[in-house]
Design a protein around this ligand. Sequence first.
Ligand code: NI
Length: 249
Amino acid sequence: MIDTHCHLTLKDYPDINEVINKMGNNKIIVNGTNDEENKRVIELINKYPNVYGAIGIHPEEIDKITTNSFKYIEENINNSKIVAIGEIGLDYYYETDKEKQKEIFIKQIELANRYNKTVVIHSRDAIKDTIDILNKHKNKNIKLDIHCYAGSVESAKELIKLNSMFGIGGIVTFKNSKNIKQIVEEIDLKYLLLETDSPYLSPEPYRGKRNEPYNILYVAQKIAEIKSLPLEEVLKVTTENAIRQFDLD
Ligand code: NI
C-alpha cells in the first residue's frame, strides 16, 4: 500500500523513525506546502528509501512566498524521488486573495508542464475555478491527484477527463461523510488513491488523534466495504494506481 499524501514534514513527529519504519516496504509520499516544509521533504526523501516527495506552495501559504520559493522547487524538481508538484491549488474557505492564489497556482502548473510532473491539487470551496484553470493551463498529458476530494460526482467526471485520480482519506470512515462515500461508490476503483493527510484527519477508530501513514489500512478497509470488494483487491489496485499516477518505480 502507498500513502499518497501526508505531512510528515510537520513537528508532530518526534518519533518519525518509528512512524516510517512501521510502513515497512510500503511507500509514503510527503507533501510540502511552503519553503521550510519543501526543504524538509528533501531531507526525508534523502534519508528514507520508502519516502518520496512532492514540493510546492499551498494556497494558504502564499503570503510566505519569497524570491527563492520557485527557484528551490525548480532546483529540486529533477530529483528522482520528487514525484509531483504539490500540494498546490485554491482555497476559498477563508477570505483570502483569490486572484493571487490563481496566479501562484497557474505559475506552478506551468512548472509541472515544463518538467512533466504530476500535480497534487488542494481545492476547497473552489472546484469550478480549479477545473477552469486546469482546462486552460495544464498540458493534456500531465497527471493529477485531487487530494482529499470533496466535490460532486459530476465534477469528478470532468476531472477524470483531465487525467485525475482522487485521494481518499480518513473522512470516508466518518459517520456523516455522505458525499465522499458516494464518490467511492460511483467512481471506479481505478481512479482512487489512498491517502492519510497525516497528521490530520485520522480515520475511525482513531478519529481526533494524530494520524500516520499506516492508518491508510483503515481507509482501504472502508473502501472495500463500500464497494463490496475484498480488501486485497483494494490494496492491489490503489497501489498500482499510485505507481502509475506518480511514475514510481
Ligand atoms: Ni495535505
